[in-house]
Ligand binder design. Structure first.
Ligand code: AMP
Length: 217
């Protein structure tokens, strides 16, 4: 069984790799960013609150995010493994996750740290498009859909994320370096970290991930 965390800065390819891992290993892909975007679309109280932070490139408060993940990890479909994408992002979240993992007997087994150089990140984010309906990611140069503006998977409309603009990106990178990067050491001390070279072609990145997780399939 694998209970995975994907860590990496915005644009590292967490979403894309998460979808591949989730399909290959048949485990749920839990993205707090996707959960917040869904809540924003449905204009729920959670969505309205999250929007005020996300639009500025800031993190949603820990308490809100931790409760959301706790509820999701308790679901039955997580009993044979799960993949967290974009959570934890702060030390408080990592500590809470450790307690939740113990309570549910679903502790983290692997932390995949996707390492990408800053110029590649900026190019990926500024050229990124996502499907409005299913969230699948594309890129205007490197990962074009078969039909312009239309998702290959579900036929949904491809749009730019509101927070994928140069100003918000600077703030998101700052938040990542300040709050999330320290988690890598936290998990290194627990011997859970595997470094992934995220500058490679998508297929090479996924092959590297499979070679790490491979034997559990
Ligand atoms: P993502 O799709 O993972 O890039 O997340 C988009 C935005 O949602 C982030 O820039 C944060 O504002 C918010 N967010 C997602 N996950 C978290 C989290 N674990 N903690 C706090 N904020 C989060």
């Amino acid at each position: 069984m694998v209970n995975i965390i994907l860590i990496g800065p915005p644009g590292a390819g967490k979403g894309t790799n998460a979808k591949q891992i989730s399909n290959f290993y048949s485990i749920p892909h839990i993205s707090t960013g996707d959960m917040f975007r869904e809540a924003i679309k449905n204009q729920t109280p959670l969505g309205n609150l999250a929007k005020t932070y996300i639009d500025k490139g800031l993190y949603v408060p820990d308490e809100v995010t931790i409760n959301l993940v706790k509820e999701r990890l308790s679901c039955d479909d997580c009993k044979n493994g799960y993949l967290l994408d974009g959570f934890p992002r702060t030390l408080a979240q990592a500590e809470a996750l450790s307690i939740i993992g113990k309570e549910l007997n679903r502790p983290i087994t692997h932390v995949l740290d996707i390492i990408v150089s800053e110029d590649v990140l900026i190019n990926r984010i500024t050229g990124r498009l996502v499907c409005k309906k299913c969230g699948a990611p594309y890129h205007i140069d490197n990962h074009k859909p078969k039909v312009e503006g239309i998702c290959d998977l579900c036929g949904g409309e491809l749009v730019k994320r509101v927070d994928d603009n140069a100003d918000t990106l600077i703030e998101r990178l700052k938040q990542y370096h300040m709050q999330t990067e320290p988690l890598i050491n936290y998990y290194k001390n627990l011997n859970l970290v595997y470094s992934i070279d995220g500058n490679q072609e998508l297929s090479a990145v996924f092959n590297q991930i499979k070679s790490i997780l491979g034997e559990i399939k």
